[in-house]
Design a protein around this ligand. Structure first.
Ligand code: FE
Length: 381
């Protein structure tokens, strides 16, 4: 009997705390700026444990069955069904270690331990997210209250609510279910050494005729860490200029573009690529004829493949070209760097007649059309 009375008293206390914690003055949701079709821009933790600056990251969309396989029943109830854990029961409520709190659904960093404070409500509380892009807000009219729900912007998982009664410097209180969170201690995070280190590197291999031109175009773009001429689509034995020139090796003259996604997006790279070669001429760019001059995107993963398919569909829909696009999408098996004398060919051979006639017009077109993307020292007199 005493046990039941105690439990009843505890339940009442939890309910009172819940009403108190969730009915304070609410903060109106911010404008939705972070929701594109399938990507968000947010800080992430790389597979090797580095916390990045905001980069584009694909949303996580799973079926109910897949979520149930991934999450514990309690996590599923809160993250996917918008449940609320009982106050004072969460594992991370009292955690005072330094580190990063991540989404238990998808691993997106959400809060830094620096912003955690003891609100007395029984739920982990923070005064700001780790970056504006790492939190999504929505008006919540459930239970006869008007509150601002906060969610993980990458997987849509319910986290809790945000109120206007938090401490300075923001005056906000993010009241979060502990079960929605995982914790990564600082000791497990690799530090990004300095600001000059790119936050994240990504690569894509593109072909669009002579690789000197494609490389010359991309060398100018801010956020491109490297553009390297080479061969893709064939075997190692024939990955040399003499063999590739025969047009029988399966190789295309291609360029491996290494880029910092926080500075230049894959969509922008594709936009520039399609603006600087003719994707409608099969195995040909101008006077350069042969399969080695085909228009191709060698994708390294499904995300790149999807982005390329969508971009081509967009160009087709918008009728950007008078003829059908014949660009091939090919899985990247291996990229073979070209001989040294092919690297930086435009920069090293500006007076070469081919460079003057074919490459320079593309380079100049990019400087005019994509001014905002060109390295500043190339546009500033
Ligand atoms: Fe998430």
């Amino acid at each position: 009997m005493r046990v039941i009375q105690t439990l009843t008293a505890l339940s009442c206390l939890a309910l009172v705390v819940a009403i108190f914690a969730f009915s304070s003055e609410t903060k109106p949701p911010k404008e939705k700026t972070n929701m594109s079709s399938d990507k968000i821009k947010a800080k992430t933790i790389t597979p090797d444990g580095r916390l990045t600056e905001p980069v584009e990251t694909a949303k996580v969309e799973l079926s109910e069955k897949e979520w149930k396989e991934r999450l514990s029943p309690d996590e599923f109830d809160v993250l996917r069904e918008k449940g609320t854990e009982r106050a004072f029961t969460g594992d991370l409520l009292k955690n005072k270690e330094e580190g990063v709190y991540t989404c238990a659904g998808c691993g997106l960093p959400l809060f830094s331990s620096d912003t955690k404070f003891d609100s007395g409500t029984g739920w982990p509380s923070y005064y700001q997210p780790i970056s504006p892009g790492n939190m999504e807000e929505e008006s919540d009219h459930s239970y006869g209250m008007v509150r601002t729900e906060v969610m993980c912007p990458r997987c849509g998982g319910h986290l809790g609510h945000v109120f206007n009664d938090g401490p300075q410097p923001t005056g906000l209180r993010y009241c979060i279910n502990s079960v929605s969170l995982d914790f990564v201690p600082d000791t497990e995070l690799k530090k990004t050494s300095d600001a000059a280190t790119p936050s994240e590197k990504a690569e894509i291999v593109l072909a669009g005729g002579c690789f000197w031109c494609v490389e010359g175009v991309f060398e100018q773009i801010d956020g491109i860490l490297d553009a390297e001429s080479g061969y893709a689509g064939g075997d190692e034995a024939t990955a040399n200029y003499k063999a590739v020139c025969t047009g029988t090796t399966g190789h295309a003259e291609a360029v491996k573009i290494t880029y910092d996604p926080s500075k230049v997006s894959l969509d922008k790279i594709l936009e520039i690529h399609f603006a600087t070669h003719d994707p409608t001429t099969l195995n040909r760019q101008g006077n350069d004829v042969g399969t080695q001059y085909r228009s191709a995107i060698f994708y390294a993963n499904d995300e790149q493949k999807k982005a390329a398919e969508e971009y081509i569909a967009h160009l087709t829909e918008e009728k950007k070209f008078p003829k059908p696009i014949v660009t091939t999408l090919e899985p990247l098996k291996k990229f073979y760097p070209a001989e040294d004398y092919h690297q930086d060919y435009v920069a090293c051979n500006p007076n070469n007649p081919y460079i003057q006639a074919v490459a320079m017009p593309k380079v100049e077109k990019v400087r005019a059309k994509f001014q905002e993307s060109v390295r500043q020292y190339l546009t500033t007199p």
